[in-house]
Design a protein around this ligand. Sequence first.
Ligand SMILES: Cc1ncc(COP(=O)(O)O)c(C=O)c1O
Length: 428
Amino acid sequence: MHGAPGTTKWSQLSFQQDVGAAAPAFGSAFSAGIKAVNGSALRDMLRMAQVPGMVNFGGGLPAPELFPMDRIAQASAQALEKHGWRAVQYGTTEGFLPLREWLAEHTCPGAAGVTPEHIQIMTGGQQSLDLVGKIFIDPGDTVLVETPTYMGAVQSFVPYRPHFAAVPTDDHGIEMDALEALLADLAREGRTPKFIYTIPNFQNPTGRTLSLERRERLLDLTAQYGVFVVEDDPYGQLRFSGEHLPSLAELMLRRTGGDPDRSHVVYCSSFSKTLAPGLRDAWVMAARPITERLVLAKQGADMHTPTLNQMIVTELLPLLPQQVDKLRHSYADRAGHMLAALERELPAGVSYTTPQGGMFLWLTLPEHVNTTAMLPRAVERQVAYMIGECFHALGGGHNTMRLCFSTASPQDIDRGIAALAQTIHAEL
Ligand SMILES: Cc1ncc(COP(=O)(O)O)c(C=O)c1O
């Protein structure tokens, strides 16, 4: 509304004066939740990746030359032709039914009790973590995370203001005796953690896999203490050595006679690492009381995952076994090449994991080496890695780093690992 010509309303005046005087008080405007989020390591990493000649083992991207581009183009055309305007109309929050039907059948093969009602489509696995945090965490709640863990999950949970309790891991994943002791300690203080967040297969960042025996024990302990399990499994299909292990969700369904509504496991997976991450298609499989809450949370977040993308993924489902095979072979070669280079180049006193799948491996250097302080010296030698500290929700890990092998050529791996070894040598 405008005042009559020639008159100036006081509200207009004060607005003009405020704009001229000072910027808004951004600092005090933001919530404590968002102010607690620390994203700087990732920003630094992305900046470094752009330096020409840099061998960047720090990113966590799938190999772009393996994206099935022709098939994606074909699937897009098919989806538009088959579904017409429906492909670009609003869709249901739960997700595209044919995709949910397929996921109900294939997420835990043979579990007939899983129906589309147990499947919620998400806009990337990252949204699954955010919305799981949104429906479970009240400020001050305890959330258990592995040490180290995926920093993107911590970033999703932090705005909901939980207290993190860190669970130690070794080469076979979570240390169960330590978890049991922690749960008992918390119970004595009257605290029941809301959930434990775990990545059982080819964990990001370590590449480690939780053993079968520990999977069973994790289900025992969490059932005993009334703690939900958030199982994050974006890499499970990408096994290139060793025996397939059933997911926690699958093992739990065996215990409930196939009834997902009696399971305390919230299973999250994604097409990001098997098809292409830009499609932003992922899913959660969980008991109906959980998927019903996720629907409410998602309505407030983005209403639904883009309809066309879900249809494209549905068209691509028949290609999936072949595509996953291609990825497994390629990542096996790259991991093997990196392991051979590490074996050849690294000085004594540096240990590393041997992943059976996925995209990462994890280095532990002697105690006195600080990988955060060392990073600029590595960058001078044209190699970058992800510092280990940022995968520790409660601090620590100063002498560790994550290396990603999925995008590196054999030549880059040889040059990058040689440069990394020289950098480490100079610190010893
Ligand atoms: C363990 C883990 N969970 C979730 C995600 C998020 O994946 P998406 O691309 O599906 O959002 C990632 C991505 O790197 C991841 O490593």
